[in-house]
Design a protein around this ligand. Structure first.
Ligand SMILES: [Zn+2]
Length: 293
């Protein structure tokens, strides 16, 4: 746990699965330039590249954002006991995730808002839990924010919906039960969550990916979901991940977000950066660099 303050807002993180050995760079960020990484070795090791395995370190976690009167969770990881035959990392997990939330002072009934930046398997699992053989919302009083474009993209009832092997069962066990419980709120593009927080559409990784801009007392943060997976993508925003639906659009979105971070001096807080999970983005010629924070 690494509690921090952004003006009046407290920010914490609950880790579900650390991925310290890392992911092969050629799979996670296929278009990266190994020579450029070598030139930046002292920046990326040991922070985000494992010096032993050469893998890009990741973390699957939930951001916990507490304002004076709201508890907000951003992304809900993989979940327990889910049937994920095509994604071993998430298949039949049984982690003490709720205990980790409790250690950060959050009980399920305390949560006011759950925001899923998108609906990939590792971002909406804890939306629901298994009770008496049924998937029910884990956070009984929360409003769950879904991007409408994203919801439609995974909805089998839509003609142009997307099918992805690793996302098998996700819509049925982690999204629909929330809608059926009347707890889903669909947002279309930009949407003010409250006086300090603005949801923005950030497509590319998926069709309906959203990010959250936060401001408090002149300090800024950007919860960026999977618009980037590894800090190495800050060096060249055009390096999209191997999981991006539209790598070109994803690169354009990423560059725009990096510009925003520099302009506002915003702390960048994506869904999978390894500890300390956030960086400050700096301009570096036509591109960018970063300082873990
Ligand atoms: Zn993800």
């Amino acid at each position: 746990m690494s509690k921090r303050m952004l003006g009046d807002i407290a920010i914490d993180v609950a880790i579900e699965v650390p991925v310290d050995d890392g992911f092969p760079p050629e799979l996670l960020v296929p278009n990266h330039d190994p020579a450029l990484l070598e030139a930046n070795k002292s920046l990326i090791e040991p922070f985000c590249r494992n010096p032993v395995t050469g893998g890009l370190k990741l973390s699957i976690h939930t951001w916990i954002v507490k304002t004076r009167n709201q508890v907000i969770l951003i992304d809900t990881c993989n979940g327990n006991h889910k049937e994920r035959p095509s994604f071993e990392l998430a298949h039949h997990l049984n982690t003490p995730y709720l205990e980790r939330l409790a250690a950060a002072g959050v009980r399920p009934e305390d949560v006011d808002i759950v925001m899923c930046t998108h609906l990939h398997v590792d971002h909406c699992g804890w939306n629901t839990q298994l009770k008496n053989g049924k998937w029910v919302p884990t956070f009984p009083k929360a409003k769950y924010i879904f991007s409408k474009q994203e919801f439609d993209m995974w909805n089998p009832a839509e003609a142009d919906h997307v099918e992805l092997e690793i996302n098998q069962n996700v819509f049925e066990d982690s999204v629909l039960p929330v809608v059926e419980a009347g707890q889903a709120e669909m947002v279309h593009g930009d949407h003010a969550l409250n006086d300090n927080m603005l949801i923005k559409l950030a497509p590319g990784h998926t069709r309906g990916s959203i990010v959250l801009e936060v401001e408090s007392k002149g300090q800024h943060a950007l919860f960026a979901g999977d618009t980037l997976h590894s800090p190495i993508q800050i060096l060249r925003p055009e390096w999209s991940s191997g999981f991006c639906l539209d790598p070109v659009q994803s690169g354009q979105t990423r560059r725009k977000l990096m510009e925003h971070c520099v302009e506002k001096n915003a702390l960048l807080m994506p869904a999978h950066f390894p500890p300390p999970h956030a960086v400050r983005v700096k301009r570096d010629g036509d591109n960018f660099t970063f300082v873990p924070e």
